[in-house]
Design a protein around this ligand. Structure first.
Ligand code: FEO
Length: 396
């Protein structure tokens, strides 16, 4: 196994790359895998900062062994986040390093007991507390709900490394390169956006609080628990997370449609073409065939959203229902919405989409197009009119 890369003096990446898990949280596809980043600070005392998912303990332990000087052990495990993708290996790590003290805040220690049983020795830390390793001083900053209540960040004032937990992380493994200047930028950006929208988006307000708290922290490297380590442009992931958390959008449009026999697709297509003719080439997604993970990511950065959905057993076509449930859970705001619905004998989709718009306080652009049967030329015209009105709003 290659030597663990150093991210700063006496500081090593000892995480793992996961190409085996198909669905993160058993929900979100991982076409480019995911990394569980952990870091070892080797000083008079040795601190492991976060751990890995249990299945990957062997590689994690091997990397720790590669950089641990002879005669030294791991003195502390700093737990920035309790979710099992970072703590699943704890029990075995404790048996390998029996004198290792687990370090976390009050909520961390409560969760440790709930997940892994009583686990002394533990050390409780609070906001601003410092753990002295020798030359390295680790300062803790509580950042609750980014992504769980116990989440915190650890800043090494000696090296300027901010161990940020889930914040500023992304999907995708880091075996092609660990640092932001080594990885394909476009791919990294897309997988970060998908990670943010899929995992963290609901907690945008808490991310903004965390970002505020970082204003005076002189970090030079950002080392999250997933994805790239940022050394060339460490402020970029912070700016991106800030923008996404504030739900700042581009003047772009997503057309998300479901269609059982192609009729609703033709309505969506008419709207999409009208948008393109006006300079707003949309992202077009078939919600039955493109996983919501990707659709949500495009929606998150777009001001406009056209939903085209047939009625299914008096309600919404189920894949659309799933997408909307995710958007509602993630507290989508400030979008311009276009609604296109269809039915065979009794409506239902229109009412359900209008109810979604009302619950989410999203502005609906006129006209709402509700079509009985396959749709006429007039119906296609009304879809184009809806698109034209949306384009006009985006141009304003
Ligand atoms: Fe990577 Fe919220 O755990």
């Amino acid at each position: 196994m290659a030597a663990p890369p150093s991210i700063a003096p006496e500081t090593y990446w000892v995480g793992v790359n996961d190409h085996e898990t198909d669905l993160f949280e058993a929900l979100w596809p991982l076409p480019y895998g995911v990394s569980y980043n952990a870091y070892l600070v080797v000083d008079h005392k040795v601190a492991l900062i976060d751990a890995v998912k249990g299945h990957f303990l062997a590689d994690h332990l091997h990397r720790i062994r590669q950089v641990l000087p002879p005669g030294k052990s791991v003195d502390y495990l700093i737990i920035n986040h309790m979710e099992p993708d970072h703590t699943g290996a704890i029990q075995i790590l404790r048996s390998v390093f029996p004198d290792m003290t687990l370090v976390g805040n009050k909520k961390t220690l409560e969760m440790l007991e709930a997940f892994y049983g009583a686990c002394p020795p533990c050390r409780q830390v609070g906001d601003g507390d410092v753990l002295d390793l020798g030359a390295h001083k680790l300062q803790f900053s509580l950042t609750p709900m980014v992504h769980w209540p116990e989440t915190m960040m650890t800043f090494d004032a000696t090296t300027g490394v901010l161990f940020s937990g889930d914040a500023f992380g992304g999907f995708g493994t880091v075996d092609q390169g660990l640092f932001d200047d080594e990885i394909d930028r476009e791919l990294m950006h897309g997988e970060m956006l998908r990670y943010f929208t899929n995992i963290v988006a609901r907690y945008g307000k808490m991310v903004l609080k965390a970002v505020d708290k970082l204003r005076d922290v002189p970090f030079r490297v950002v080392a999250p628990t997933h994805g790239a380590v940022w050394r060339k442009d460490p402020s970029l992931p912070v700016r991106l997370y800030e923008r996404w958390s504030a739900q700042e959008t581009d003047p772009t449009v997503v057309v998300a449609y479901g269609s059982m026999y192609g009729n609703t697709y033709r309505l969506a297509e008419a709207a999409a073409r009208a948008l393109t003719e006006r300079g707003f080439t949309p992202f077009v997604h078939d919600v039955a065939r493109t996983h919501a993970s990707f659709v949500i990511a495009d929606i998150w950065t777009s001001k406009g959203l056209i939903l085209a959905c047939p009625t299914y057993n008096t309600g919404l076509f189920p894949p659309m229902e799933t997408l909307l449930a995710f958007l509602e859970n993630k507290l989508l705001q400030h979008r311009l919405l276009g609604l296109i619905t269809s039915y065979a004998w009794a409506g239902g989709a229109r009412k359900a989409l209008e109810s979604f718009a009302e619950r989410m306080s999203l502005e609906v652009v006129e006209p709402i197009v509700d079509v009985k049967g396959a749709g006429t030329a007039d119906d296609l015209e009304r879809c184009a009119l809806l698109a034209a009105n949306l384009a006009q709003r985006l141009s304003a």
